[in-house]
Design a protein around this ligand. Sequence first.
Ligand code: UDP
Ligand code: MG
Length: 334
Amino acid sequence: TATTTKAAAQAAPAAAPVAVRSSRGKRLSLVVPMHNEAPVFDALFERLEATVGKLRIDLEIVCVDDGSRDNTLDLLRAKAKADKRIRAVALSRNFGKEAALTAGLEAATGDMVVPLDADLQDPPELIAEFVALWEQGYDVVYGVRSDRTSDTVLKRTTANLFYRVFNMLSDYPIPASTGDFRLMDRRVVEALMRLPERNRFMKGLFAWVGFRQVGVPYVRPARMAGETAWGYRKLMRFAVDGLTAFTTLPLRIWTLVGIGSAVLAVITGLGLIVRVLVVGRDVPGYASLMVVLLFGFALQMIALGVMGEYLGRMYQEVKGRPTYLVKDRIGFDS
Ligand code: UDP
Ligand code: MG
Protein backbone atom coordinates (compact mmCIF):
# COMPACT_ATOMS: atom_id res chain seq x y z
CA THR A 1 0.00 0.00 0.00
CA ALA A 2 2.99 2.29 0.56
CA THR A 3 3.70 2.42 -3.16
CA THR A 4 0.08 3.09 -4.09
CA THR A 5 -0.18 6.02 -1.65
CA LYS A 6 3.05 7.36 -3.02
CA ALA A 7 1.76 7.07 -6.58
CA ALA A 8 -1.48 8.75 -5.57
CA ALA A 9 0.42 11.56 -3.91
CA GLN A 10 2.45 12.10 -7.06
CA ALA A 11 -0.60 12.09 -9.27
CA ALA A 12 -2.47 14.49 -7.03
CA PRO A 13 -2.18 18.28 -7.53
CA ALA A 14 0.38 20.22 -5.50
CA ALA A 15 -2.03 21.07 -2.67
CA ALA A 16 -3.16 17.54 -1.96
CA PRO A 17 -5.74 17.41 0.83
CA VAL A 18 -4.15 16.39 4.08
CA ALA A 19 -6.13 15.88 7.24
CA VAL A 20 -4.47 17.96 9.91
CA ARG A 21 -7.09 17.36 12.56
CA SER A 22 -9.76 14.79 13.24
CA SER A 23 -13.46 15.28 13.87
CA ARG A 24 -13.40 12.18 16.10
CA GLY A 25 -14.84 12.99 19.50
CA LYS A 26 -15.68 16.51 18.39
CA ARG A 27 -19.12 18.03 18.55
CA LEU A 28 -21.00 19.53 15.62
CA SER A 29 -23.70 22.11 16.36
CA LEU A 30 -26.34 23.03 13.84
CA VAL A 31 -27.98 26.38 14.44
CA VAL A 32 -31.41 26.72 12.87
CA PRO A 33 -33.28 30.03 13.06
CA MET A 34 -37.02 29.41 12.73
CA HIS A 35 -39.78 31.84 12.09
CA ASN A 36 -43.14 30.21 11.30
CA GLU A 37 -41.52 27.04 10.01
CA ALA A 38 -44.20 24.50 11.01
CA PRO A 39 -44.83 23.55 7.33
CA VAL A 40 -41.23 22.36 6.88
CA PHE A 41 -40.66 21.11 10.42
CA ASP A 42 -40.97 17.35 9.93
CA ALA A 43 -39.25 17.37 6.56
CA LEU A 44 -36.33 19.27 8.08
CA PHE A 45 -35.68 16.80 10.88
CA GLU A 46 -36.15 13.79 8.61
CA ARG A 47 -33.59 15.21 6.23
CA LEU A 48 -31.17 16.09 9.02
CA GLU A 49 -31.50 12.60 10.46
CA ALA A 50 -30.71 11.07 7.07
CA THR A 51 -27.65 13.27 6.51
CA VAL A 52 -25.83 14.69 9.54
CA GLY A 53 -27.46 12.06 11.74
CA LYS A 54 -25.34 9.52 9.84
CA LEU A 55 -22.05 11.31 10.44
CA ARG A 56 -19.81 9.77 13.06
CA ILE A 57 -19.73 12.86 15.20
CA ASP A 58 -21.44 14.13 18.34
CA LEU A 59 -24.39 16.19 17.16
CA GLU A 60 -26.33 19.07 18.70
CA ILE A 61 -29.15 20.91 16.98
CA VAL A 62 -29.89 24.36 18.40
CA CYS A 63 -33.15 25.70 17.05
CA VAL A 64 -34.07 29.32 17.66
CA ASP A 65 -37.73 30.13 17.62
CA ASP A 66 -37.79 33.72 16.44
CA GLY A 67 -41.24 34.71 17.66
CA SER A 68 -43.19 32.33 15.44
CA ARG A 69 -46.92 32.88 15.33
CA ASP A 70 -47.64 29.30 14.28
CA ASN A 71 -46.97 26.20 16.41
CA THR A 72 -43.24 25.97 15.66
CA LEU A 73 -42.40 26.37 19.36
CA ASP A 74 -44.78 23.60 20.43
CA LEU A 75 -43.29 21.31 17.82
CA LEU A 76 -39.83 22.18 19.11
CA ARG A 77 -40.79 21.43 22.71
CA ALA A 78 -42.06 18.01 21.73
CA LYS A 79 -39.01 17.34 19.56
CA ALA A 80 -36.55 18.40 22.28
CA LYS A 81 -38.29 16.15 24.77
CA ALA A 82 -38.03 13.14 22.47
CA ASP A 83 -34.47 13.77 21.29
CA LYS A 84 -31.69 14.92 23.64
CA ARG A 85 -29.61 16.24 20.75
CA ILE A 86 -32.21 18.87 20.03
CA ARG A 87 -32.26 22.10 22.00
CA ALA A 88 -34.29 25.23 21.55
CA VAL A 89 -33.97 28.88 22.41
CA ALA A 90 -37.25 30.78 22.24
CA LEU A 91 -36.95 34.51 21.70
CA SER A 92 -39.48 36.81 23.36
CA ARG A 93 -40.66 38.15 20.00
CA ASN A 94 -39.60 38.27 16.35
CA PHE A 95 -36.14 39.86 16.34
CA GLY A 96 -35.23 39.02 12.73
CA LYS A 97 -32.94 36.39 11.32
CA GLU A 98 -29.63 38.04 12.20
CA ALA A 99 -30.60 38.30 15.88
CA ALA A 100 -31.97 34.73 15.92
CA LEU A 101 -28.73 33.48 14.42
CA THR A 102 -26.72 35.37 17.01
CA ALA A 103 -28.81 33.81 19.79
CA GLY A 104 -28.17 30.35 18.31
CA LEU A 105 -24.44 30.88 17.91
CA GLU A 106 -24.20 31.99 21.52
CA ALA A 107 -26.12 28.95 22.72
CA ALA A 108 -24.22 26.43 20.59
CA THR A 109 -21.52 24.41 22.35
CA GLY A 110 -19.96 22.53 19.43
CA ASP A 111 -16.37 22.53 18.21
CA MET A 112 -17.85 23.18 14.78
CA VAL A 113 -20.96 25.26 14.22
CA VAL A 114 -23.14 25.29 11.09
CA PRO A 115 -25.98 27.81 10.68
CA LEU A 116 -28.70 26.30 8.51
CA ASP A 117 -31.99 27.66 7.13
CA ALA A 118 -35.03 25.72 8.30
CA ASP A 119 -36.58 25.62 4.82
CA LEU A 120 -33.94 23.18 3.50
CA GLN A 121 -32.54 25.71 1.08
CA ASP A 122 -29.16 24.91 2.61
CA PRO A 123 -28.70 21.24 1.66
CA PRO A 124 -27.52 19.38 4.80
CA GLU A 125 -25.85 16.77 2.55
CA LEU A 126 -23.07 19.31 2.09
CA ILE A 127 -22.14 19.30 5.77
CA ALA A 128 -20.11 16.09 5.42
CA GLU A 129 -17.97 17.90 2.87
CA PHE A 130 -17.69 20.93 5.16
CA VAL A 131 -16.43 18.70 7.98
CA ALA A 132 -13.89 17.07 5.65
CA LEU A 133 -12.52 20.50 4.75
CA TRP A 134 -12.44 21.48 8.42
CA GLU A 135 -10.29 18.40 8.99
CA GLN A 136 -7.92 19.76 6.35
CA GLY A 137 -7.42 22.80 8.54
CA TYR A 138 -9.95 25.30 7.24
CA ASP A 139 -11.67 27.30 9.98
CA VAL A 140 -14.51 28.55 7.81
CA VAL A 141 -16.06 26.50 5.01
CA TYR A 142 -18.81 28.44 3.27
CA GLY A 143 -21.33 27.38 0.65
CA VAL A 144 -21.24 29.32 -2.61
CA ARG A 145 -24.35 29.27 -4.79
CA SER A 146 -23.09 28.21 -8.18
CA ASP A 147 -26.47 28.73 -9.80
CA ARG A 148 -29.11 31.19 -8.76
CA THR A 149 -31.87 30.19 -11.15
CA SER A 150 -34.19 29.40 -8.24
CA ASP A 151 -34.26 33.18 -7.67
CA THR A 152 -36.24 35.67 -9.70
CA VAL A 153 -34.34 37.81 -12.19
CA LEU A 154 -35.01 40.84 -10.03
CA LYS A 155 -33.58 39.23 -6.90
CA ARG A 156 -30.52 38.06 -8.78
CA THR A 157 -29.79 41.47 -10.27
CA THR A 158 -30.30 43.33 -7.02
CA ALA A 159 -28.17 40.78 -5.15
CA ASN A 160 -25.34 41.13 -7.67
CA LEU A 161 -25.56 44.90 -7.52
CA PHE A 162 -25.44 44.74 -3.74
CA TYR A 163 -22.30 42.60 -3.66
CA ARG A 164 -20.62 44.82 -6.21
CA VAL A 165 -21.35 48.03 -4.33
CA PHE A 166 -20.56 46.50 -0.93
CA ASN A 167 -17.24 45.11 -2.07
CA MET A 168 -16.36 48.41 -3.70
CA LEU A 169 -16.91 50.29 -0.46
CA SER A 170 -15.87 47.75 2.15
CA ASP A 171 -12.36 46.76 3.19
CA TYR A 172 -13.66 43.29 4.02
CA PRO A 173 -15.16 41.92 0.81
CA ILE A 174 -17.97 39.36 0.98
CA PRO A 175 -17.59 36.48 -1.46
CA ALA A 176 -20.47 36.79 -3.96
CA SER A 177 -23.47 34.47 -3.64
CA THR A 178 -22.55 33.40 -0.13
CA GLY A 179 -25.17 33.16 2.57
CA ASP A 180 -25.04 32.18 6.21
CA PHE A 181 -24.69 28.49 5.31
CA ARG A 182 -21.16 27.59 6.42
CA LEU A 183 -19.15 25.59 8.91
CA MET A 184 -17.22 27.55 11.49
CA ASP A 185 -14.58 26.41 13.90
CA ARG A 186 -15.16 27.17 17.58
CA ARG A 187 -12.50 29.92 17.39
CA VAL A 188 -14.45 31.71 14.68
CA VAL A 189 -17.66 31.56 16.68
CA GLU A 190 -15.83 32.94 19.73
CA ALA A 191 -14.48 35.74 17.56
CA LEU A 192 -17.97 36.57 16.28
CA MET A 193 -19.31 36.70 19.81
CA ARG A 194 -16.64 39.22 20.75
CA LEU A 195 -18.09 41.70 18.26
CA PRO A 196 -20.39 43.80 20.39
CA GLU A 197 -22.42 45.57 17.71
CA ARG A 198 -26.19 45.41 17.71
CA ASN A 199 -26.54 45.91 14.00
CA ARG A 200 -25.54 42.37 13.17
CA PHE A 201 -25.00 42.18 9.45
CA MET A 202 -23.79 38.61 9.56
CA LYS A 203 -22.29 38.33 6.10
CA GLY A 204 -20.13 41.34 6.85
CA LEU A 205 -19.10 40.04 10.27
CA PHE A 206 -18.23 36.64 8.81
CA ALA A 207 -15.90 38.36 6.35
CA TRP A 208 -14.42 40.62 8.99
CA VAL A 209 -13.22 37.88 11.35
CA GLY A 210 -10.92 36.34 8.76
CA PHE A 211 -9.29 32.94 9.52
CA ARG A 212 -8.61 30.30 6.89
CA GLN A 213 -11.67 30.28 4.66
CA VAL A 214 -12.68 28.19 1.68
CA GLY A 215 -15.81 28.08 -0.50
CA VAL A 216 -17.75 25.02 -1.66
CA PRO A 217 -20.07 25.49 -4.65
CA TYR A 218 -23.60 24.14 -4.40
CA VAL A 219 -26.96 24.53 -6.07
CA ARG A 220 -29.52 26.19 -3.84
CA PRO A 221 -32.96 24.65 -4.20
CA ALA A 222 -36.21 26.54 -3.85
CA ARG A 223 -37.92 26.77 -0.48
CA MET A 224 -39.32 23.36 0.50
CA ALA A 225 -42.68 24.56 1.86
CA GLY A 226 -44.08 27.41 3.86
CA GLU A 227 -43.48 31.03 3.03
CA THR A 228 -40.42 33.17 2.60
CA ALA A 229 -40.34 36.14 4.92
CA TRP A 230 -38.54 38.11 2.27
CA GLY A 231 -40.83 40.56 0.58
CA TYR A 232 -42.55 40.82 3.88
CA ARG A 233 -39.30 41.06 5.78
CA LYS A 234 -37.95 43.80 3.60
CA LEU A 235 -41.02 45.85 4.35
CA MET A 236 -40.71 44.96 8.02
CA ARG A 237 -37.11 46.02 8.16
CA PHE A 238 -38.05 49.20 6.40
CA ALA A 239 -40.81 49.90 8.91
CA VAL A 240 -38.69 48.94 11.91
CA ASP A 241 -35.92 51.17 10.59
CA GLY A 242 -38.31 54.03 10.32
CA LEU A 243 -39.83 53.52 13.75
CA THR A 244 -36.96 52.48 16.04
CA ALA A 245 -34.63 54.91 14.43
CA PHE A 246 -37.34 57.52 14.73
CA THR A 247 -34.91 60.28 15.33
CA THR A 248 -32.38 59.29 12.69
CA LEU A 249 -34.76 59.69 9.78
CA PRO A 250 -34.74 63.50 9.92
CA LEU A 251 -30.96 63.33 9.78
CA ARG A 252 -30.79 60.82 6.99
CA ILE A 253 -33.28 62.59 4.80
CA TRP A 254 -30.68 65.29 4.16
CA THR A 255 -28.67 62.92 2.06
CA LEU A 256 -31.55 62.75 -0.38
CA VAL A 257 -32.06 66.52 -0.23
CA GLY A 258 -28.35 67.01 -0.89
CA ILE A 259 -28.30 64.65 -3.84
CA GLY A 260 -31.45 66.29 -5.21
CA SER A 261 -29.91 69.75 -4.95
CA ALA A 262 -26.71 68.55 -6.61
CA VAL A 263 -28.68 67.19 -9.55
CA LEU A 264 -30.67 70.42 -9.75
CA ALA A 265 -27.47 72.45 -9.62
CA VAL A 266 -25.96 70.53 -12.50
CA ILE A 267 -29.12 70.88 -14.60
CA THR A 268 -29.41 74.59 -13.79
CA GLY A 269 -25.74 75.10 -14.57
CA LEU A 270 -26.03 73.37 -17.95
CA GLY A 271 -29.20 75.34 -18.72
CA LEU A 272 -27.51 78.63 -17.92
CA ILE A 273 -24.50 77.78 -20.07
CA VAL A 274 -26.72 76.92 -23.03
CA ARG A 275 -28.73 80.10 -22.45
CA VAL A 276 -25.58 82.24 -22.49
CA LEU A 277 -24.42 80.55 -25.68
CA VAL A 278 -27.75 80.95 -27.47
CA VAL A 279 -29.26 84.17 -26.11
CA GLY A 280 -26.14 85.87 -24.78
CA ARG A 281 -25.41 87.02 -21.23
CA ASP A 282 -27.79 89.24 -19.25
CA VAL A 283 -26.24 90.05 -15.87
CA PRO A 284 -22.51 89.27 -15.91
CA GLY A 285 -21.37 86.73 -13.33
CA TYR A 286 -24.85 85.60 -12.45
CA ALA A 287 -24.58 82.15 -14.00
CA SER A 288 -21.29 81.15 -12.40
CA LEU A 289 -22.37 82.55 -9.06
CA MET A 290 -25.56 80.56 -9.15
CA VAL A 291 -23.81 77.31 -10.06
CA VAL A 292 -21.20 77.63 -7.33
CA LEU A 293 -23.82 78.60 -4.77
CA LEU A 294 -26.15 75.74 -5.56
CA PHE A 295 -23.43 73.17 -5.84
CA GLY A 296 -21.74 74.23 -2.63
CA PHE A 297 -25.05 74.12 -0.85
CA ALA A 298 -25.71 70.64 -2.19
CA LEU A 299 -22.34 69.37 -1.04
CA GLN A 300 -22.92 70.68 2.47
CA MET A 301 -26.24 68.91 2.59
CA ILE A 302 -24.70 65.64 1.45
CA ALA A 303 -21.99 65.93 4.09
CA LEU A 304 -24.60 66.64 6.73
CA GLY A 305 -26.60 63.63 5.56
CA VAL A 306 -23.61 61.33 5.74
CA MET A 307 -22.88 62.49 9.27
CA GLY A 308 -26.51 61.82 10.08
CA GLU A 309 -26.13 58.25 8.83
CA TYR A 310 -23.30 57.62 11.24
CA LEU A 311 -24.84 59.53 14.09
CA GLY A 312 -28.04 57.49 13.78
CA ARG A 313 -26.09 54.25 13.95
CA MET A 314 -24.05 55.48 16.91
CA TYR A 315 -27.28 56.31 18.69
CA GLN A 316 -28.55 52.76 18.13
CA GLU A 317 -25.34 51.25 19.50
CA VAL A 318 -25.01 53.65 22.41
CA LYS A 319 -28.46 52.74 23.69
CA GLY A 320 -26.93 49.34 24.29
CA ARG A 321 -30.12 47.35 24.03
CA PRO A 322 -29.59 43.60 23.84
CA THR A 323 -29.67 42.04 20.36
CA TYR A 324 -32.40 39.64 21.45
CA LEU A 325 -34.34 38.56 24.53
CA VAL A 326 -34.81 34.92 25.50
CA LYS A 327 -38.22 33.74 26.63
CA ASP A 328 -37.36 30.11 27.18
CA ARG A 329 -34.44 27.71 26.89
CA ILE A 330 -35.43 24.12 26.22
CA GLY A 331 -33.25 21.03 26.62
CA PHE A 332 -30.09 22.80 27.80
CA ASP A 333 -30.05 21.38 31.33
CA SER A 334 -29.09 17.89 30.19
N1 UDP B 1 -36.09 33.60 9.86
C1 UDP B 1 -36.00 34.00 11.19
N2 UDP B 1 -36.58 35.20 11.55
C2 UDP B 1 -37.19 36.02 10.65
C3 UDP B 1 -37.24 35.60 9.29
C4 UDP B 1 -36.69 34.39 8.94
O1 UDP B 1 -35.46 33.32 12.03
O2 UDP B 1 -37.68 37.07 11.04
C5 UDP B 1 -35.49 32.31 9.46
C6 UDP B 1 -36.39 31.39 8.67
O3 UDP B 1 -37.19 30.60 9.51
C7 UDP B 1 -35.41 30.55 7.88
C8 UDP B 1 -34.28 31.53 7.63
O4 UDP B 1 -34.41 32.57 8.60
O5 UDP B 1 -34.92 29.47 8.62
C9 UDP B 1 -34.30 32.08 6.22
O6 UDP B 1 -35.54 32.71 6.00
P1 UDP B 1 -36.32 32.66 4.62
O7 UDP B 1 -36.24 31.28 4.06
O8 UDP B 1 -37.68 33.22 4.86
O9 UDP B 1 -35.48 33.68 3.76
P2 UDP B 1 -34.99 33.49 2.23
O10 UDP B 1 -34.43 32.11 2.11
O11 UDP B 1 -36.20 33.70 1.40
O12 UDP B 1 -33.97 34.56 2.09
MG1 MG C 1 -35.37 30.43 2.48
